[in-house]
Design a binder for this molecule. Structure first.
Ligand SMILES: Nc1ncnc2c1ncn2[C@@H]1O[C@H](COP(=O)(O)OP(=O)(O)OP(=O)(O)O)[C@@H](O)[C@H]1O
Ligand SMILES: [Zn+2]
Length: 727
């Protein structure tokens, strides 16, 4: 009797065995419904074998196998298995987390995902089908094939006219590659005229396009506005022309509408699917199925999209590859960028990592010749040059309400020229601290190690880590004094100061508070493009990828705070962020300038920024990391633990520490409290391990993970974070 080994979304590092009388090898990768305790669960069949260690009286039968969707491919299952091994996370959870919600349900799904106006045409393979191989009694198949041969294309209605059952056959043929789907096209839309590539773009496209049939990791290092998107588009066009699919990963969901419309305009004959967390379950399922069936030519998505089934994958692009949002920060802590590289190597195709400021990990791999490197040094639009970056020295220019005189003058000039400006401050809310002037009390979150942020408009104090909200206190809870004052500055306060200083300017604030509503982004982008806004105030949400042609001035406030952080990645992150915001200025015909208000104008980071010199700074930071023994010179993993009592957490970590004794090539540090020592009421601490050899670290982690899983007597939640980026 065949035994199925099933992946379930259960936090145990094992597969679960069931009997299935009518199952066979071809069922591997299919979804299956099984009994589990008193419940029914849906899982995925990973193996079909003939024996099991489960005693016969305990072995249960599957309830049903879902056969309406094709099985997950062997490549995808290999990706899951790599991911589970590398991140030390139960395989069943890896598999199930990657599926759209509707496929995790105990219900069959409907495959009716086509837009009815699609056209179906016989593919080259379909034309070569030997009709004698189709049994004569299958008259419907013969009729459908004959009709497809005799007409240029059919739409869904034509198909149903042949027979209501013809639709099924057609779907099957699409899967087999006999029939291609051409999405409905609007004849009024003409093929857009392509811009002439700059010589740098043209080199990049040429070099990568010559090697589309092999695995390489390309770092496309292009300054802001250098037209990396155009390079992607040309490479995707070549991929599509070979009948292959392209996967494009982007960091921010807010960037999808813009990019999606660029793609749609360019590839009018191609089905483009976007996959991100803003979709409802049906939309996500539909996109996922179109990808799995090879109908979607381009899949555009945020990090989870790296797990999309793509049978004809020909190219992967990771835009803004350095972005930390590619790393999942809970549950399965994977890096979508790193998995993208694995997928490309698995499929023998190129992966392009695009960025204006590549991550130091990637840059290091370039310096070591592990990755290939292409550079775009100039802006793509004729005469558009990189903005002039200058520091305003706050030691001599005392600001008023946060705004220094040179910045105010620059804003005045910008407005007089009817151009737009952007004031960047990476902190939302009104002020980060509420302070009692007489006793020095500050409002803190009861559940987290953090201060409460002042939100003046709704008269609330809010914790940005756990979402806790409370009303303003009337008096200081410590001394009773009523003289409480917001201290420091957030976007709302800067907006207020600007409104006072520039009463006739139209000001728009863009941060997580102002973009929460659905479609808020579209409205914002439209009003910026139609110049209904003069001054934008915003956080890093604004910094990424947006193209605002009329923006000529960027002012940067409050960035000094990241210069001397305890996090060794803070400098890299700040540089990237400031390069990105600075890059919003002067992207088209008008020239741009960037003003940074700082007390440390001579800091190497600001110096590098003024010269647009990524390489010098990157090399300096790399040298520091080498000295200090930080990544990319070592590989790290963090054992994170949390519980209601700190003692329990530390006891657990001590036990974990003792398990690691006398290892060579692995360095184990003492347990320390996390940067956020308390979060949502949980006490948190961690233990860092590192090694100069990724392989050694992996071997150690596998063994340690088993030992840790076997520790039972503690009430601590723990997880391993491989290649952590937050501490
Ligand atoms: N060859 C070209 N000729 C003319 N304009 C171009 C060309 N290539 C790109 N552009 C234009 O240049 C602008 C900047 O391009 P794009 O947004 O792709 O830059 P980017 O490198 O992605 O920058 P960022 O890192 O800031 O996102 C866009 O308006 C784009 O339409
Ligand atoms: Zn909190």
């Amino acid at each position: 009797m065949p035994i199925l080994r099933v992946a379930l979304n259960i936090p145990l590092d094992t597969l679960f065995d069931y009997i299935a009388p009518n199952a066979c090898e071809a069922d591997i990768g299919l979804r299956v419904c099984v009994p589990f305790g008193k419940k029914k669960l849906t899982g995925v069949i990973l193996e079909v074998c003939s024996d099991t260690e489960v005693p016969p009286e305990k072995l249960k039968s599957v309830i049903c196998i879902f056969r309406e969707t094709p099985p997950l491919s062997a490549e995808l299952l290999a990706l899951f298995s790599f991911c589970s091994d590398y991140y030390h996370h139960p395989l069943g959870m890896v598999v199930m987390n990657s599926l759209p919600g509707k496929l995790r349900n105990n219900k069959p799904v409907s495959l009716k995902v086509h837009v009815n106006r699609d056209q179906f045409v016989l593919s080259a393979a379909g034309r070569q089908v030997d009709t004698s191989t189709i049994p004569a009694r299958n008259t419907l198949m013969h009729r459908l094939l004959a009709t497809l041969k005799s007409t240029p294309s059919l739409n869904a209605r034509d198909v149903r006219k042949i027979s209501p059952r013809a639709d099924h056959i057609l779907q099957d043929w699409v899967r087999k590659g006999w029939v291609d789907i051409i999405p409905e096209t609007d004849p009024a839309v003409a093929t857009p005229a392509l811009p002439e590539l700059t010589s740098e773009q043209s080199t990049a496209v040429g070099v990568i396009a010559a090697k589309l049939d092999r695995f390489d990791t390309w770092v496309l290092h292009g300054v802001t506005g250098s037209g990396k998107t155009e390079v992607y588009l040309r490479l995707i066009a070549q991929t599509l022309s070979k009948g292959k699919q392209a996967l494009v990963l982007i960091p921010e969901i807010s960037l999808t509408p813009q990019l999606e419309s660029v793609f749609r305009e360019r590839f009018i004959m191609t089905r483009i699917v976007s996959l991100h967390s803003g979709l409802n379950d049906s939309e996500r399922l539909s996109g996922w199925l179109q990808a799995q069936q090879g109908e979607a030519g381009v899949v555009l998505g945020t990090r989870l999209a790296v797990f999309t089934p793509l049978p004809k994958l020909g190219l992967i692009i990771v835009d803004e590859e350095q972005d930390s949002s590619f790393k999942q920060q809970d549950g399965l802590r994977y890096s979508a960028r790193d998995l993208a590289i694995f997928r490309a190597s698995q499929a023998h195709i190129p992966v392009v990592l695009g960025s204006a400021t590549p991550s130091l990990e990637s840059y290091y791999n370039v310096l070591n010749d592990r990755y290939r490197y292409l550079r775009l040094k100039n802006r793509a639009i004729k005469n558009a040059v990189l903005p002039q970056v200058k520091c305003i020295d706050l030691r001599s220019e005392k600001p008023l309400n946060g705004l220094s005189i040179p910045l105010i003058k620059a804003i005045d000039a910008c407005l007089a020229h009817r151009q737009q400006c952007l004031i960047f401050i990476n902190r939302r809310g009104y002020a980060p601290v509420l302070l009692c002037k007489s006793c020095g009390w500050t409002a803190v979150c009861q559940r987290c190690t953090s201060r409460l942020v002042v939100h003046l408009q709704d008269k609330k104090l809010s914790c940005h880590h756990c979402g806790y909200l409370e009303s303003f206190p009337h008096a200081c809870p410590q001394c009773g004094d009523q003289d409480m004052m917001p201290f420091g500055r957030g976007t709302q306060r800067v907006e207020e100061a600007l409104a006072i200083r520039f009463p006739s300017a139209r000001i728009l604030r863009i941060d997580r508070d102002s973009t929460r509503r659905k479609n808020a982004w579209q409205a914002i982008l439209r009003s910026v493009h139609q110049h209904e806004v003069d001054i934008l105030v915003g956080t890093q949400l604004l910094a990424k990828g947006h193209d605002f042609p009329n923006l000529s001035l960027v002012g940067i406030l409050g960035s000094d705070i990241s210069l001397y952080s305890t996090d060794f990645r803070a400098g890299e992150r700040l540089f990237t962020q400031l390069m990105q915001v600075a890059g919003r200025a002067g992207r088209a015909k008008i020239s741009g300038s960037v003003l940074i208000q700082t007390e440390f104008p001579n800091h190497p980071l600001y110096q590098a920024l003024q010269r647009h010199d990524y390489d010098v700074l990157a090399k300096t930071i790399l040298a520091e990391r080498k000295m200090a023994g930080f990544p990319p010179y070592v590989y790290q993993a963090l054992l994170r633990a949390e519980a209601h009592s700190l003692k329990k957490v530390l006891d657990f970590l001590d036990t974990a520490h003792k398990l690691t004794q006398s290892l060579t090539g692995i360095e184990v540090f003492d347990p320390v409290p996390a940067h956020m020592a308390r979060l949502k009421g949980m006490e948190r601490a961690h233990l860092l391990v590192q090694s100069g050899s990724r392989k050694k670290l992996q071997i150690f982690l596998a063994q340690w993970y088993k030992q840790l899983s076997a520790l039972t007597a503690h009430k601590v939640r723990w997880s391993l974070d491989v290649d952590p980026i937050e501490f």
